[in-house]
Design a binder for this molecule. Structure first.
Ligand SMILES: Cc1cc2nc3c(=O)[nH]c(=O)nc-3n(C[C@H](O)[C@H](O)[C@H](O)COP(=O)(O)OP(=O)(O)OC[C@H]3O[C@@H](n4cnc5c(N)ncnc54)[C@H](O)[C@@H]3O)c2cc1C
Length: 274
């Protein structure tokens, strides 16, 4: 399956999507609009498309990837190769409301959030797994150079980076396991933890790899080198499945809403009024 959610105005503003369904007979809608940055553009057998239904609410439907009215434009990414990516244009794509609508009309946003609450911990684990493999690569490169006598000893800056990044990866991995467990149990905090956890996990993976990569020298700068590939792939995960600053921002908003009234605040408000 592919997910067709993001539009040109910005994926961080899902509530403003413009892809529109119009009524075309009883129980039948036609979808028109443009989705961008869609992964698995040519491999997917179906897409979950998010759109504005005839009542103006956000709904979600499964559309057949081989069906009529789909136009694709493949874009080359700078990392994350292995599947196709790009623009999906919908030209009067038919939707049988009874068969293809996910949930009830107007449940699109709830479906979007449910999907990403479960999916974001997987994305985060993938980012951390990539960082862990770079850690392993750097560790064995340094060990090999020392055993071969190329390095008389491993300098402190390398040892400190190895120790610190190992702890950072493990800390985020523990958080991601918790996020996955909360999502599996439909815990009320699952969405919040999955959002901030994805942003923090992707940030950590990027930072850790940026600090580790120089330790193996120029070799890691070759295009085909696994560390160079890891860096390009991890940069993509700052955007894919939730842009990181928007995730932190919405997590901050959710945290603010959960804070109970502080007894000292009314006193401060009165003080200001006086
Ligand atoms: C590798 C990859 C795979 C992807 N796969 C899919 C997919 O399968 N399906 C899909 O639907 N999408 C996919 N996406 C899209 C992804 O979900 C979006 O990139 C993400 O939601 C961010 O969207 P955007 O680039 O449109 O950013 P925007 O929403 O435009 O945000 C860009 C920046 O602008 C900032 N910004 C927004 N509003 C304001 C404002 N008012 N003032 C100041 N700054 C603002 C944001 O905070 C952010 O920093 C993929 C992206 C990538 C990179």
């Amino acid at each position: 399956m592919g997910i067709a959610a993001t539009e040109r105005h910005g994926g961080s503003r899902i509530r403003e999507i413009t892809t529109q369904a119009r009524i075309a007979g009883t129980g039948r809608w036609l979808l028109t609009g443009e989705k961008c940055w869609v992964s698995r553009l040519t491999e997917a057998t179906g897409f979950v498309a998010f759109f504005r239904d005839p009542d103006g609410q956000i709904s979600a439907a499964i559309i057949d990837a081989r069906g009529a009215g789909l136009e694709r434009e493949v874009t080359e990414p700078s990392g994350l190769g292995g599947w196709s990516w790009g623009t999906l244009r919908l030209h009067d794509v038919p939707v049988e409301v009874d068969k293809q609508l996910l949930g009830a009309p107007g449940e699109g946003l709830a479906i979007f959030h449910r999907h990403f609450t479960a999916f974001r911990p997987l994305v985060t684990a993938t980012a951390l797994g990539t960082a862990a493999s770079v850690h392993q690569h750097v560790l064995s490169a340094l060990a090999t150079r020392r055993q071969a006598g190329i390095l008389a000893r491993i300098r402190d800056n390398a040892l400190i980076t190895l120790g610190r990044t190992h702890a950072e990866i493990l800390a985020e991995l523990t958080a991601v396991l918790t996020a996955g467990r909360l999502a599996a149990n439909n815990h009320p905090l699952a969405d919040l933890i999955a959002r901030s956890g994805k942003a923090a996990g992707a940030d950590t993976a990027n930072r850790v790899v940026a600090h580790l990569a120089p330790l193996i020298g120029a070799a890691g700068y070759q295009r085909a080198h696994p560390v160079a590939k890891a860096r390009a792939d991890l940069a993509g995960l700052l955007y894919a499945d939730g842009i990181h600053d928007s995730l932190y921002r919405s997590a901050g908003q959710a945290l603010l809403q959960r804070v109970p009234m502080d007894a000292t605040v009314p006193a401060l408000v009165n003080l200001r009024a006086a």
